[in-house]
Design a protein around this ligand. Structure first.
Ligand SMILES: Nc1ncnc2c1ncn2[C@@H]1O[C@H](COP(=O)(O)OP(=O)(O)OP(=O)(O)O)[C@@H](O)[C@H]1O
Ligand SMILES: [Mg+2]
Length: 484
């Protein structure tokens, strides 16, 4: 029995020149575990919203179809952990769902704790503010409220894009445990941990067309070349990449230059609370330092403190100068926020990339040529007149990277610049960063991607509970077990 389906769908976003989907048909049977693969921006998230009925019921997008079937009960897990909560507190968030299902009040506290436990969350007090949770914890909380719905279909739109490796494993393990009797419709770029759950793959092309569909063995074996051409992740993509490209991790010695960043007895705060403390560390020009650590370890706070966006204390020198003497941090360093939307300041993709060049009063001709090059490199040309908020998640991430790297500052502070990307764009971003590093920049990059640590970093900083517990050359960093 079809639990979700659409026949001959046509869909066009207002303001777009062409249809995102034309004559698109797909049906999903009860109990199936389906993975939708496709390059960034091809329409995967939009399709999921159609199959759940969110489009056009809640999200008003012009579309037509001969027939649409949507499931009776479903839960949805989105890419962005911040986008899915109705209540300010953990217990209230799940209670909100339970109330709608008319669960008696006295049963609620136990129910809440049990759903939280299923997703690996345990709080001393469940009345904890959601805003104090890390991205990964939020994502597990969101899954707990989906579970509370006891839905027949769960839609998952890259739910682990922002999670640390442990968090990712926990979420997928949970989904495997609870998913047996449910229909799962999954979008995910990083597929290593989920392929064993999935029994059918739908492969979408750049224009939202179905290139292939079938059992996973058939797709991965029979369509490998297509996956490769489209720049989509498949098992073994890193091996294939490394065969053709060997990232060089040597550092050119820079003579008589002070470190790009020197930290001594340095603390970063959120409000009045000290979140991260570093006894001593340096970042030198030409280094690519990956900052790793569990969700909540203080990685983003460290970067925000270095960019002077949250309060800090202690010694912090930039290129040998006390940071207090630096009047404009943006002159010295580029910054990529964990959440791309926090970064956008204009109303179009083009203007976003041009923004800092215009502040510098560059010639329009130079601006135009640099911006065009950058938009081409990041596959955003077709989006240049659109509002940044109208982009797909992967496109937003690329836009935020493009906009912050356009100025060519010598220090880059990047908070998960590759999350939510297909393979092609991930490698494009990594290769551009590698070029910038080779030109002598210092890169400090938060990432959960152990492959990036293994193949691109020159040094690793590992944070745990706000302390720098490891600061070693990448070659000495123990290789993480690869999740097969
Ligand atoms: N609200 C909107 N208004 C206009 N265009 C939109 C809107 N939302 C999405 N789009 C466009 O529709 C296309 C498909 O977006 P969608 O989010 O479905 O892609 P995706 O395959 O999920 O990409 P990703 O892998 O990056 O998440 C993109 O070109 C995007 O810019
Ligand atoms: Mg998407």
């Amino acid at each position: 029995m079809n639990i979700a389906s659409v026949t001959n769908m046509r869909l066009k976003f207002p303001g777009k020149e062409s249809l995102l989907f034309s004559d698109f048909s797909l049906s999903i049977k009860e109990g199936e575990k389906v993975l939708i693969l496709g390059p960034s921006g091809c329409g995967k998230s939009t399709l999921l919203q159609v199959l759940s009925g969110l489009i056009p019921k809640t999200v008003d997008v012009p579309m037509k179809a001969d027939e649409i079937t949507v499931p009776h009960s479903w839960g949805y897990l989105f890419q962005d952990p911040d986008a899915q909560f109705c209540m300010p507190y953990v217990d209230e968030e799940i209670a909100f769902v339970l109330e709608n299902l008319e669960v008696p009040r006295e049963k609620m506290p136990d129910c809440i704790t049990s759903y939280l436990r299923q997703v690996g969350l345990a709080f001393e007090n469940n009345h904890t503010k959601i805003s104090t949770l890390s991205g990964g914890m939020k994502q597990r909380l969101a899954l707990a409220s989906v579970l509370a719905l006891e839905p027949e279909v769960i839609f998952l739109d890259e739910p682990t894009a922002m999670l640390d490796p442990d968090g990712t494993t926990q979420v997928w393990d949970t989904i495997k445990q609870i998913g047996d009797d449910k229909t799962l419709i999954i979008i995910e770029h990083k597929i290593d941990q989920i392929v064993d759950v999935v029994d059918r793959i739908i492969l979408l092309g750049k224009n939202g067309n179905i290139i292939a569909e079938g059992p996973k063995q058939v797709i991965f074996e029979g369509y490998k070349q297509k996956l490769k051409e489209a720049g989509i992740w498949y098992p073994g993509v890193w091996d294939d990449y490394l065969e053709e490209n060997q990232p060089d991790r040597t550092i050119e010695p820079v003579n008589n230059q002070p470190p790009a960043i020197t930290l001594s007895d340095f603390s970063g705060y959120r409000g009045k609370k000290e979140i991260v403390h570093i006894d001593y560390a340096e970042a030198r020009l030409g280094e690519w330092i990956t900052v790793i650590g569990e969700n909540g370890a203080g990685k983003s706070t460290l970067l925000l403190a270095l960019m002077n966006l949250v309060q800090s204390a202690g010694t912090y020198d930039i290129n040998g100068r006390d940071h207090k003497k630096v009047t404009n941090f943006a002159e010295e360093m580029a910054f990529v926020f964990q959440n791309p939307e926090y970064q956008f300041v204009t109303n179009s993709v083009y203007d976003e990339v041009a923004f800092t060049l215009r502040l510098e009063k560059r010639e329009e001709a130079e601006i135009s040529s640099r911006v065009s090059d950058s938009l081409h490199f990041y596959q955003l040309e077709e989006e240049q007149d659109n509002h940044p908020y109208q982009l797909s998640i992967g496109q937003k991430r690329r836009l935020s990277v493009a906009a912050s790297l356009i100025k060519d500052q010598p220090i880059l502070l990047l908070d998960e610049p590759t999350f939510g990307q297909d393979a092609k764009n991930t490698f494009a971003i990594l290769e551009q960063l590698e070029q910038v590093r080779k030109r002598g920049a210092a890169i400090l990059m938060v990432t959960h991607d152990t492959k990036v640590v293994e193949h691109f970093a020159t040094r690793v900083w590992q944070l745990e509970d706000g302390k720098l517990i490891k600061n070693v050359p990448a070659s000495e960093y123990p290789q993480e077990p690869v999740h097969a």
